[in-house]
Design a protein around this ligand. Structure first.
Ligand SMILES: O=P(O)(O)OC[C@H]1O[C@H](OP(=O)(O)OP(=O)(O)O)[C@H](O)[C@@H]1O
Ligand code: HPA
Ligand SMILES: [Mg+2]
Length: 179
């Protein structure tokens, strides 16, 4: 698995430090409130579990599974909801936890879905952001690292379902996805 990585962009230690900072910022932001924290599966599962341990206000959790990449390095452009939320979001302060914003298609679709369900507020925290690749106008309220325009894997992010368990963020060798 390590042999498929061309370069480590962000180390495990850098990620850990950043997740602590984001948790502290969110704890201040939601002081006195009880947000519903939504993990966007599968990619955000590791970030979510590390982040919530750093949040000091009472929260509730829910999970939504969406997919648009499949076994490709490019978005299909079609966002599919594979698993919907268990809870009602009406009137709630919702915090979406996402691993990466790339084209922005996944989140612009989801924010629209949640707003139609009459949330009180919706904010986005993403650990990684590739602003150079946006095809829609979408920004996170809080973001960890800005990434260059390269397909990355690790810390929850996959290529064809592999590499999610790498503890750092790395760039895949191009021959892995061109063959
Ligand atoms: O901004 P975008 O271009 O929409 O890309 C970002 C989304 O793509 C990935 O999910 P994917 O569809 O690969 O599903 P997964 O999380 O199960 O890997 C990632 O986890 C984000 O949810
Ligand atoms: O760079 C990426 N890596 C893995 N999954 C992704 N989904 C959007 N961008 C990426
Ligand atoms: Mg994926």
């Amino acid at each position: 698995m390590q042999n498929d990585i061309q370069e480590v962009l962000i180390t495990r230690e850098q990620i850990q430090q950043k997740v602590e900072e984001l948790g502290q910022q969110l704890s201040k932001e939601y002081e006195g409130r009880n947000p519903l924290v939504i993990c966007i599966l599968k990619g955000a599962f590791i970030f979510m579990s590390d982040l919530v341990k750093e949040i000091t206000v009472p929260i509730e959790l829910d999970f939504m599974a969406v997919s648009s990449y499949g076994a490709s390095t490019r978005s299909s452009g079609e966002v599919k909801i594979i698993k919907d939320l268990d809870s009602s979001v009406e009137g709630r302060d919702v915090l979406i936890v996402e691993d990466i914003i790339d084209s922005g298609l996944t989140l612009s679709y989801l924010v629209d879905v949640l707003e139609r369900r009459k949330v009180n507020s919706v904010k986005i925290v993403t650990l990684f952001d590739k602003p150079a690749r946006r095809t829609v106008d979408l920004q996170a309220d809080l973001s960890g690292f800005v990434l260059p325009d390269a397909f990355v894997v690790g810390y929850g992010l996959d290529y064809a379902e592999k590499y999610r368990n790498l503890p750092y963020i790395g760039v895949l060798k191009p021959e892995i996805y061109t063959t």
